[in-house]
Design a protein around this ligand. Structure first.
Ligand SMILES: Nc1nc2c(ncn2[C@@H]2O[C@H](COP(=O)(O)OP(=O)(O)OP(=O)(O)O)[C@@H](O)[C@H]2O)c(=O)[nH]1
Ligand SMILES: [Mg+2]
Length: 308
């Protein structure tokens, strides 16, 4: 009973501070980024036709970010767009106060023929938190391809070299080719310095390894009532642009690597505008990953093909 009460208490009181109410939005006369709303077919086809430099390569996209930011939901959203139906493979939680995803998981997306997979995979991981949560050292190990699928994170200690989930000799396909930081845009103003420091440590490691980085801002539908009503207004809302500029100044991530998205979370049908934003972020991830593999393919050995 005591345990139950303390869990309930922790759920009620240990959520991150509620974001302040969004200020009234001012609209810019012109959008600051062009999206071909309603015309997803060519972008979708481009993604479906994508081929890596050789057919033995695959792009590995690692998602990290605070607990509850929408990492698992983004993977489900990408799968939904590519499959043309709602997909919920990565488990998502609606009440946890701490990270719901506890394992390192690789998600492969089957192609329409069901015989093969897209040549890009997503890695989902436990969320970063001020104190608990995934360790920065574990994210760094994952970047270098040392973490095997299904590793269960321990917030107290990093994956050790003698652990069976430690991959001593990662191939180029095990290493990460694109690092994606997923952030709930509504939490930007209450984000602690400790968390920002963790992002920055991970970003430096990725930069040292030459890994390209993308940021996605989720829950834009919650951030702004006008966007919730009409997603097409997203690149016209001034305070969203200002948030991105502040974030860029904090972490030094260029604005053209930052993508606002609304994940599929409680809907039962696909929506063309939601798809447009998801596809815009996904296309950038694929381009970045492709560039990285092309640059590095001569240095890396390619062993353990198609391993996940
Ligand atoms: N309104 C809205 N809700 C979202 C969006 N993305 C995710 N959610 C909701 O946010 C909650 C957390 O989403 P998850 O995908 O589990 O987040 P996560 O980053 O994987 O969280 P952990 O695994 O706990 O670290 C769930 O209730 C989702 O349904 C979004 O774009 N808009
Ligand atoms: Mg998750």
């Amino acid at each position: 009973m005591g345990g139950l009460l303390s869990r309930l208490f922790s759920r009620l009181f240990s959520h991150p501070p509620s974001p302040s109410l969004p200020p009234p939005s001012h609209f810019l006369s012109e959008p600051w980024r062009t999206i071909h709303w309603g015309d997803n077919q060519s972008t979708l086809q481009h993604v479906k036709d994508y081929k890596p430099p050789t057919d033995r390569h695959q792009i590995r996209i690692l998602l990290h970010g605070p607990a509850g930011a929408g990492k698992s939901s983004f993977i489900n959203s990408v799968q939904s767009v590519l499959q043309g139906r709602m997909y919920r493979q990565a488990l998502v939680d609606h009440v946890s106060s701490s990270s719901f995803t506890r394992q390192f998981r690789t998600y492969k997306i089957p192609k329409e023929d069901r015989q093969s997979f897209y040549p890009f995979v997503f890695n989902d991981m436990m969320g970063l938190e001020k104190r608990d949560g995934v360790l920065v050292d574990d994210v760094k190990l994952a970047l270098r391809g040392h973490m095997r699928d299904s590793y269960k994170f321990d917030p107290e200690s990093r994956l050790s070299e003698d652990d069976p989930f430690y991959n001593k000799d990662p191939s180029i396909n095990d290493k990460v080719h694109v690092l994606v930081l997923v952030i709930d845009i509504n939490t930007l103003s209450v984000m602690s310095d400790e968390i920002v420091q963790k992002f920055s440590d991970i970003r430096s490691e990725a930069s040292d390894l030459g890994i390209p980085q993308v940021v996605i801002f989720t829950k834009i539908d919650v951030a702004c009532p006008e966007i919730k009503k009409d997603l097409k207004k997203v690149y016209k809302v001034q305070h969203l642009k200002e948030k991105m500029e502040k974030f860029k100044a904090k972490l030094g991530i260029p604005e053209n690597c930052i993508f606002p998205v609304k994940n599929y979370h409680d809907e039962i049908n696909l929506n063309s505008d939601v798809d447009s934003l998801i596809l815009s972020a996904l296309t950038e991830m694929i381009h970045c990953g492709d560039d990285y593999i092309n640059l590095n393919k001569s240095h890396d050995r390619l062993t353990c093909f198609n391993k996940v």
